[in-house]
Design a protein around this ligand. Structure first.
Ligand code: HEC
Ligand code: HEC
Length: 367
């Protein structure tokens, strides 16, 4: 590791250490040539492999699960500032499978670790940073809504909430993406991904209109979650005196329908439910009685889990990647009667099934 990279390490610490700001000014991206792998970058890669690869795939290629986008993408890395990357990692994208990884939000990563991750992502960058148009884009929001419905909604969802492609209405995304960033992505697309380049396809005015429309979706960023992780759990079992749940045969030997789990809970059945997402997501909301056993720490709690055939279920937002990893780890250690909740937590929430948040015992009060 040459002094140059340590220099960047501390420069980024200083630049982004003051927390999120509206429309983050762009610290010039440090690289034009790929950075050598080793030192701080190597530590960043180890963190990436542990926490991120599950969805964003080896080397940031994207789409390992959850339609997690391509982080190594040239148009992305040449237009996203360090601040943009830091905020995405720190605060996540609430309401999507992208959890908050920052300690402040209940996640596992320190500020220094987040900086190492940003440096690792930078090491994947092969194209020089582009200059984004400064200043706000002027456009007709209603006309932009029309363009969006016709040209964008099929991938990004009717309300830009995300579908096969990521959400564009997400408050954390819109807080950190400038108008220039949005317009650049729309003009140039993301090569090697389904995102087309609209320059030449749409008139410049239509591109401005749809940019103005996206900007109009800005809402307040949610605050850090309430509650704290309990330091230890006395018992993992929900309803220890209850009957065993009656589940239908598992689909593919792995998946139990959410409805069967909801019914079993209502009947007071005895089981263990593990939330496989980062702990920040568990703090935000979880199935009552579920314990945080994140995919990057599957051994957590295993000493407290019953080995007597009690059903142990895992779920995540994905809906299968993180929970599948936790379940496979349990099966590998000889646990019987394990399953993944098939539809995942977002469908559970959408159906209005019981939820609680933080360490509070309140049921049915999601944030
Ligand atoms: C459970 C799957 C999952 C994991 C694990 C995950 N992500 Fe994500 N990530 C996503 C998804 C899905 C999105 C898009 C969210 C949306 O719709 O807004 C995303 C978005 C992002 C973005 C914003 C990209 C953009 O173009 O706006 C960054 C940066 C990012 N993730 C980095 C990371 C890093 C670094 C890690 C590891 C610390 C990580 N992610 C772990 C699923 C995941
Ligand atoms: C065929 C599917 C598809 C269509 C149609 C599409 N997109 Fe995308 N878009 C994507 C995908 C996939 C990505 C993420 C690519 C990646 O992996 O980096 C993306 C990324 C983006 C981004 C960058 C988001 C970020 O977090 O960095 C913006 C902005 C965007 N699209 C806007 C639009 C707009 C506006 C339209 C319509 C004019 C549109 N897209 C049409 C698939 C699509």
């Amino acid at each position: 590791m040459s002094g140059r990279y340590w220099g960047w390490f501390f420069a980024i610490l200083l630049l982004v250490g003051c927390g999120p700001r509206a429309d983050v000014s762009v610290p010039e991206a440090p690289v034009v040539e790929p950075m050598p792998d080793g030192g701080v970058v190597g530590e960043g890669r180890e963190l990436y492999d542990r926490y991120c690869k599950l969805c964003h795939a080896e080397g940031g290629k994207g789409y390992a699960s959850d339609d997690a986008n391509q982080l190594s993408n040239s148009e992305f890395l040449s237009s996203a500032s360090d601040g943009f990357l830091m905020i995405a990692i720190d605060q996540g994208r609430p309401g999507t499978p992208m959890a908050a990884y920052g300690k402040r939000f209940g996640g596992p990563l320190s500020h220094e670790e987040e900086v190492k991750l940003v440096l690792y992502l930078r090491s994947l960058q092969t194209v020089a940073p582009v200059a984004l148009d400064p200043g706000p884009v002027r456009g007709d929001i209603d006309a932009g809504a029309q363009v969006f419905a016709e040209r964008c909604a099929s991938c990004h969802g009717g309300r830009a909430e995300g579908d096969s492609a990521l959400s564009l209405a997400n408050p954390v995304f819109l807080m950190s993406a400038s108008d220039g960033y949005l317009r650049h992505a729309i003009r140039r697309g993301r090569s090697g991904t389904p995102m087309p380049a609209f320059e030449g396809e749409l008139a410049p005015k239509a591109i401005d209109d749809v940019t103005a429309f996206l900007r109009s979706l800005t809402r307040n960023v949610p605050t850090a979650p309430r509650g704290e992780l309990p330091p230890t759990f006395e018992s993992a079992v929900i309803n220890p005196g209850g009957p065993n749940p009656e589940f239908p045969p598992l689909r593919e030997g792995r998946y139990v329908p959410a409805e069967a789990v909801k019914d079993a809970l209502a009947k007071g059945a005895k089981m263990v439910i593990l939330d496989a997402r980062p702990t920040s997501e568990w703090l935000n909301s979880h199935i009552p009685g579920a314990l945080p056993v994140p995919y990057y720490d599957p051994e957590r709690m295993s000493a407290k889990l019953p080995q007597d055939g009690t059903w142990i279920l895992a779920y995540c937002g994905c809906p299968h990647a993180a929970s599948g990893r936790v379940m496979d780890s349990l099966r590998g250690r000889g646990f019987q009667n394990t399953a993944v909740i098939d539809e995942g937590i977002f469908e559970w929430i959408r159906r209005g099934y019981p939820l609680t948040y933080g360490t509070s015992p309140t049921v049915g009060a999601p944030r």
